[in-house]
Ligand binder design. Structure first.
Ligand code: GLU
Length: 284
């Protein structure tokens, strides 16, 4: 028997939703509806310095205006059986995942401070250059511990191995570990998990069967597949959507207010008009 479809919308409340989010989320909703499945709203608010409660409220409002409808989420009462639905409230579950990875010795403590440490908490998007961590900086020996402590932890990737998956939109994707990406951060010295660890932990815990997101996260999916494998979890299927671009071909950014849903709404545009420009069908 087929598993019940469970999809998710996973916005980060560091700004307002724009056309890019609306399009990707609309596709996510369409796929959930077509499969008679459930849609989960998860707020990815781990970056407490940049995430604002007001953006969260605005996100709920903008999503509803656009006719999004989710069956589980932090704003619903009751929220659902897989909560809490905000990542900041799920820290203990991430540390439990860190502990398992540590005991399996597939991760290692890495005192080296690199630029990518700072941005490890956020999903890597287009334009974020992949920095390959030098294999020579892997520690030769380290002890399993029960607290991550104030040090970064990295996943030891299988050098040379091709990580492949079939994306439902893009098709066959192949990335070579150690070349296309290196030992990536799973835990940061400030006590927070990286985006990859948190998103895998949540998608698994929330029984998500398909992840729909932007195609700039394809490489990150390869890393996430390594985490699923190390944890002995079945990975969901993936559907990476083409990005909405501006007139210069650049991916839309949150700081660009012109494409924010609320600016378009203020100008009198309707969701139906916006969807029409992408040939997206109305909600069912
Ligand atoms: N919160 C992440 C973002 O802003 C979501 C990434 C994902 O869907 O896995 O891109």
């Amino acid at each position: 028997m087929l598993m019940n479809y469970r999809g998710r919308l996973a916005p980060t409340p560091t700004g307002h939703l724009h056309l890019g989010h609306a399009r990707t989320f609309w596709i996510a909703q369409q796929r959930a509806q077509a499969a008679h499945g459930q849609l989960v709203l998860r707020i990815e608010d781990l970056d407490q310095a940049r995430c604002k409660p007001q953006f969260c409220q605005d996100i709920y409002e903008d999503l509803r205006w656009f006719s999004f409808d989710w069956q589980e989420g932090p704003d619903l009462s009751p929220p659902g059986d897989y909560g809490p639905y905000g990542q900041f409230q799920r820290l203990a579950s991430y540390q439990a995942v860190w502990q398992r990875l540590c005991e399996q010795r597939v991760i290692y403590p890495s005192p080296h401070s690199r630029k990518d440490v700072a941005r490890a908490i956020a999903a890597p998007h287009e334009g974020d250059r992949e920095i390959i961590f030098p294999q020579t900086l892997r520690p030769t020996d380290w002890c399993v511990t029960d607290q991550p402590g104030e040090v970064n932890w990295r996943f030891h990737v299988p050098d040379g191995e091709i990580i492949e998956f079939v994306d439902h939109q893009v098709g066959l994707c192949q990335y070579r570990a150690g070349e296309d990406f290196g030992d990536f951060i799973v835990w940061r010295r400030d006590g927070f998990p990286s985006y990859e660890l948190a998103v895998v932990a949540d998608d698994h815990a929330m029984a998500i069967t398909e992840v729909v997101r932007g195609e700039d996260l394809l490489l990150s999916t390869a890393k996430q597949i390594l985490l699923y494998r190390a944890l002995g979890w079945i990975a969901p299927s993936f559907y990476h959507c083409p990005l909405v671009r501006d007139a210069h071909g650049k991916r839309l950014a949150k700081r660009d207010n012109a494409v924010a849903l609320r600016s378009l709404r203020a100008q009198g545009l309707t969701p139906a008009e916006i969807r029409q420009t992408w040939n997206l069908p109305p909600s069912s």
